[in-house]
Design a protein. Structure first.
Length: 101
């Protein structure tokens, strides 16, 4: 397995990648980096872990909403209302001890 160094939200990661999968992995990295950067740049969320969770939720939601067999289409990060709602849901799930902000 090949290893590729990538950067997500300014931090380097060394990822394992099967031969021939480099383009797909780099596209996935770009999508995650764009999503996380959008959340960070919105200014409401500062903790890297929380940004990662929100990005994962946004991307999973986009996949779930896409019709079966539809080509991949990047949707922009939602507005502050969507981010605030997700932050509130994460806070509720984590309880008082899990509050990062």
């Amino acid at each position: 397995m090949k290893q590729i160094e990538v950067t997500i939200l300014g931090q380097s990661y060394l990822l394992g990648c099967p031969e021939g999968g480099e383009a797909s992995l780099l596209a996935a990295v770009a999508t995650v980096d764009t999503e996380m950067s959008g959340i960070r740049d919105a200014g409401k969320v500062k903790a890297r872990e929380r940004i990662a969770v929100l990005a994962a939720l946004n991307l999973a939601y986009q996949l779930a909403e896409r019709p079966a067999g539809a080509p991949s289409a990047k949707k922009p990060v939602g507005g502050d209302v969507q981010i605030d709602t997700l932050v509130a849901r994460i806070d509720a799930a984590l309880g008082h001890d899990g509050h990062l902000l």
